[in-house]
Design a protein around this ligand. Structure first.
Ligand SMILES: [Mn+2]
Length: 409
């Protein structure tokens, strides 16, 4: 059984307002080719299918077109699980019809743990592997509300509940293996932040645990699992052990990821329960460049890019004394009618000066919602002692906004 593991597609993501539909289409063309070439028999997608809980119709079209094309390949199964960016009810809406094509959707956890077990048959029609399909586990799905708990207690309880869920599903998988009469490999999925995971600033990974002190330890995954296909972190990485992995996002989610290699993972179980694991590099469909320097340096770099005549997106970090208006005009005039698209110009000098004097030159784009709230606390003379409670309450509100399944009814 050959399995391809990917996650964090974030279909519909835009980069500073620039839509990326062509990149998504190019990625799915490549993925279909890759699935053919690698003779993949099952596809696992570990959450964050869409970038928002309310994706555009174009995003939906790209997703369904991909699923249809997948059904035309020799890949017999897809296991698609929800992430913290997804609307569970949106993913689940076409669940029944997709199941007819052996495309199995898990928007959120259900009360019945056996619903989350999928037996994959091999080419001969015999059981070949068992998948424990676990989507992003929301606090309200797996933990009972108790009044009066602080953020840390809630966080620790949530982590314990996640561990308990994996233990229960591992037991269920073992029963399924026993019933099958074969010595089957067990594969689990997850969309969570495993302790020790790597992120970079600006890579679009949104905090999911309100109590920041806790993260799920990869040693909490039962030994029953022969492979754990994780999503949530956008950099490809192992989590403690060889067989517990984040595939990472296939497209860079921000300029900070411009030079990072993107990949998907192939896990091959043809020689037994220990998989042979291989990372396959995803090509870059739209080069991103972050150019930093004074006017002359940036002008040179832009000239090189224009000369190369390759479609690309650029972020400019300008260090110098010229006014923002002048800088913007100079560089946007330069790239006019060329394949170079400037998405963002940041004036580092003005930003530095303003930190020392006034805030008027920092735009909202430079701050995330947590930073805005911290500034609001400071302006309102809230004492630092009260920050903790207020920040965690604010975190809960943000989680409700980001993760609320607003069209569920
Ligand atoms: Mn993600």
């Amino acid at each position: 059984m050959r399995i391809l593991h990917t996650s964090d597609w974030h279909i519909g993501h835009n980069l500073y307002g620039k839509s990326r539909y062509e990149e998504f289409e190019a990625f799915f063309d490549w993925l279909i080719d890759c699935i053919d070439r690698e003779r993949i028999e099952a596809l696992i997608v570990s959450g964050d299918i869409f970038d928002t809980t309310n994706p555009s119709n174009r995003s939906l079209e790209i997703y369904y077109r991909f699923l249809w094309r997948l059904s035309e390949t020799d890949c017999r199964y897809a296991i698609i699980t929800g992430g913290n960016h997804d609307s569970p009810s949106l993913l689940n809406a076409p669940k029944e019809i997709l199941r007819c094509m052996d495309l199995h959707i898990f928007g959120a956890v259900t009360d019945e743990i056996s619903d989350h077990i999928v037996v994959l048959n091999n080419a001969e029609g015999n059981p070949g592997a068992v998948v424990c399909a676990v989507p992003y586990l929301r606090d309200r799905d797996i933990r009972r509300y108790k009044p009066g708990q602080d953020a840390e207690e809630k966080g620790l309880e949530l982590i314990a509940a996640i561990g308990e869920f994996y233990r229960r599903i591992a037991d269920e998988a073992e029963k399924t293996v026993e019933k099958s009469g074969y010595d089957l490999p067990v594969i689990a999925t997850g969309h969570l932040f495993a302790a020790g995971g790597m992120t970079t600033e600006g890579d679009g990974v949104r905090d999911i645990y309100v109590g920041k002190l806790s993260a799920f330890s990869p040693s909490g995954f039962p030994d029953t699992f022969d492979y754990v296909a994780l999503g949530h972190l956008h950099m490809p990485q192992k989590s403690g052990k060889e067989h517990i992995r984040y595939s990472g996002a296939p497209l860079p989610i921000g300029f900070c990821e411009a030079k990072r290699r993107k990949s998907v993972v192939v896990a091959d179980f043809s020689s037994g329960k220990t998989p042979v694991i291989e990372e396959i590099t995803v090509p870059c469909f739209m080069p991103l460049y972050s150019l930093q320097g004074d006017s002359a340096e940036i002008t040179d770099k832009l000239r090189d890019l224009i000369f190369a005549a390759e479609k690309c997106c650029v972020e400019i970090i300008y260090v110098g004394r010229a006014s923002a208006v002048e800088v913007n005009r100079r560089f946007t005039d330069m790239v006019k009618d060329t394949p170079v698209d400037i998405l963002r110009i940041k004036n580092l000098q003005i930003a530095r000066d303003s930190e020392a004097s006034c805030d008027s030159c920092i735009t909202l784009e430079d701050l995330d919602e947590n930073e805005v709230f911290r500034r609001c606390l400071a302006v309102n003379d809230v004492s630092e002692e009260d920050y903790g409670e207020l920040l965690s309450a604010y975190g809960e509100i943000l989680a409700e906004i980001h993760e609320g399944d607003h069209n569920a009814e």
